[in-house]
Design a protein around this ligand. Structure first.
Ligand code: 13P
Length: 257
């Protein structure tokens, strides 16, 4: 973390979990435990059908609501899709774009990720852009090149003043939902390389202002060490974000003075 230059953001990614009823219950429980997050922003990204419920349920808590996906067209004959304007109108602040599960199961590519980033920014949303390598790619020694490519592709045609509004989440695919976390050094090494890519694209001022999260089996036991790294500015948390006590513990780790 480096709070002098950029925001620390702890975001939950609920994936395809929790009904609207469970969303309300989670918010009620979280309310009794969540500290006043002075030093970090807390975000909960929920399934699209639960957004309205979440906006209401978290209204008087300092929690921002995020979506897990968005389509890049503004409107039209795209059955089943949700536009950036629709999300913005509900009060959504963040949207996860290019999560590895969407790349793997729903055919997202660096090209569609870029279109979605542009659409989200146009609507005034903050994209949380996910990048990350598979185990095979790490073992082949191409992690850095691959991540740089993913970041550059996602930010194609994004001007500097809008790049500042983006969050990048480094999520090694081998660490997602596996209980295997990247070491703090591995996480920082890649987050640092992401910042170097942004510096190359936009210069030092933008690079130092962009929040870069780590995601992949982050939990109350490893959060403090990961967040202590200079280039790890927060977490994108799957499994542990579904449990109010665990999510709170991670927020507490980011909330240390
Ligand atoms: P886990 O925390 O369950 O490994 O998931 C990470 C993730 O994919 C967040 O987007």
């Amino acid at each position: 973390m480096n709070r002098r230059y950029r925001k620390t953001i702890i975001a939950g990614n609920w994936k395809m979990n929790k009904t609207a009823t469970e969303t309300k219950k989670f918010a009620e429980e979280l309310k009794t435990m969540l500290p006043k997050a002075k030093w970090c922003e807390v975000v909960v990204c929920v399934p699209a059908v639960n957004i309205s419920t979440a906006i209401r349920a978290f209204k008087d808590m300092r929690v921002s609501i995020g979506a897990e996906n968005v389509f890049y067209e503004r409107s039209g004959a795209y059955t089943g899709e949700v536009s950036a304007d629709m999300l913005k109108d509900l009060g959504v602040k963040y949207v996860i774009i290019g999560h590895s599960e969407r790349r793997q199961y729903f055919g997202e590519t660096d090209v569609t990720v870029n279109k979605k980033v542009l659409a989200a920014l146009e609507a005034g949303l903050h994209p949380i852009i996910c990048v990350g390598e598979s185990l095979e790619q790490r073992e082949m020694g191409i992690t850095m090149e691959l991540i740089a490519l993913q970041v550059k592709a996602a930010l194609a045609d994004v001007p500097a003043e809008k790049a500042r509004k983006c969050v990048i989440a480094y999520e090694p695919i081998w660490a997602i939902g596996t209980g295997k976390t990247a070491t703090a050094e591995q996480a920082n090494e890649v987050c640092n390389a992401i910042r170097a890519t942004i510096r190359h694209l936009y210069g030092a001022r933008v690079a130092r202002s962009v929040t870069i999260q780590y995601g992949g089996s982050m939990n109350p036991g490893n959060a403090a060490e990961l967040l202590a790294q200079p280039d790890v500015d927060g977490g994108l948390i799957g499994g542990a974000s579904l449990k109010p006590d665990q999510f709170t513990a991670i927020v507490n780790a980011a909330n240390q003075e």
